[in-house]
Design a protein. Sequence first.
Length: 153
Amino acid sequence: MPNDIKIRKAVKSDIPVIVEFNQALAKETEDIQLNPETLASGIANALDRDECHYFIAKLNGQVIGQTMITHEWSDWRNGIMWWFQSVYVQPEHRGKGVFRTMFDHVEKLARNNPEVKALRLYVMQNNLSGKNTYAALGMTDSGYVVYEKEGLN
């Protein structure tokens, strides 16, 4: 199946499926319900930003997965980190190389961009299958713990 999976940059017409996938992701990983209007607006804004890129995976013309890449400047490395976010693969397509295909696509783009110094992502502590997948792709636990303060605006 991985050879049949096609990866492309998302476009505005993909917003409805990205909304659907992000809602499913939030429910599955954090048991929260996202507001679809806020989500659609956020995705539309992301698609217009230079430091943010959505990619979708298609199989036989159907969108089956997605990821978003955001950029973070690192003064320590004098370059940028690309962060995988909003990683989602439809349950019936998991374990079949969909994320690996998306990861390989993004890694190739990163290797061809001398400013990119690392690929990163964060994962919920209890997501053992995700951790195993990321380790199988050569990623390692960075040792960082993410802290957050919400409700600023």
